[in-house]
Ligand binder design. Structure first.
Ligand SMILES: Nc1ncnc2c1ncn2[C@@H]1O[C@H](COP(=O)(O)OP(=O)(O)OP(=O)(O)O)[C@@H](O)[C@H]1O
Ligand SMILES: [Mg+2]
Length: 241
């Protein structure tokens, strides 16, 4: 279980000071699938980066099971991230001159997984994502949807418990977006905890629970209408009803 208590994040100093998160409290149960919505600049990526141990809060506490994450040293935080977290970045963050295979292999190398086991894992992941035929292609030659699948492959190749995705369908048409969300649902059904940032209520509808951030503050709307796939559903107290 993840628990954030009174998380604040301030960027910069003096005139350029920005309070991106202002006292976020959030609990995420193991096996949950959460959407994070909010307008541009509201603090969604900042929150995800902190959850994903890519960045630290300025103040507040982050607990993951019995680990006090916000108190870990830089080296321990790095190790914790590599073991626990798969991250799909807003802009994919893939290197153009690497192949799909090499891109997915990188985090496995970082975890010191031996070569033969890496190959087996990668072959399983690309098959699942329907990109086996792209394995030896360079990232620079792929379409947006293909890059997105590769970025997801990289995030899920290691058996990370927590998958964090920042606008994973932002660059995709609705059909590809839905396929990506179905994939996240499958991973969630297998027991992985999933957090997805999206602007799209239809995409959010694939999640089990929803939160909204405005100006760095969590606003849990009492009632909110979202479109779940092809039907209208109501969200009350952060849960679809
Ligand atoms: N590295 C940084 N340095 C300074 N300010 C930053 C930095 N990253 C984000 N900010 C500021 O913090 C606020 C929150 O940014 P954040 O990227 O979390 O928003 P967001 O909700 O993800 O927006 P979007 O939907 O556009 O991706 C914004 O005002 C942004 O300008
Ligand atoms: Mg963002």
């Amino acid at each position: 279980m993840i628990r954030l208590e009174n998380i604040c994040k301030i960027y910069g100093t003096g005139e350029g000071r920005v309070k991106a998160l202002n006292g976020i409290d959030l609990t995420i149960e193991k096996g949950d699938m959460l959407s994070v919505m909010g307008t541009s600049g509201s603090g969604k990526s900042t929150l995800l980066n902190i959850l994903g141990c890519m960045d630290r809060a300025t103040s507040g506490d982050y607990y993951y099971d019995d680990v006090h994450v916000s108190a870990l040293s830089a080296a321990k935080l790095d190790l914790f991230r590599k073991q626990k977290i798969g991250f799909v970045f807003q802009d994919f963050a893939l290197l153009p001159n690497y192949t799909v295979y090499e891109s997915i292999e990188m985090p496995l190398i970082a975890q010191n997984i031996p070569g033969r086991k890496r190959r087996k894992t990668i072959e399983r992941v690309v098959e699942r994502l329907g990109i086996t035929n792209l394995m030896d292609k360079k990232i620079s030659t792929l379409s947006g949807g293909q890059k997105q699948r590769c970025a997801i492959g990289r995030a899920v190749a290691k058996d990370s418990e927590l998958i964090l995705a920042d606008e994973p369908t932002g660059a995709l048409d609705s059909k590809n977006g839905e396929e990506i969300m179905k994939l996240f649902c499958e991973l969630n059904e297998e027991g992985r905890t999933v957090v997805v940032i999206t602007h799209d209520t239809g995409i959010a509808g694939y999640c089990k629970r929803h939160v909204r951030i405005e100006d760095g503050v969590m606003v849990t709307h009492d009632q909110e209408v979202v479109v779940e796939r092809d039907r209208i559903v109501t969200v009350k107290d952060g849960r679809i009803s």
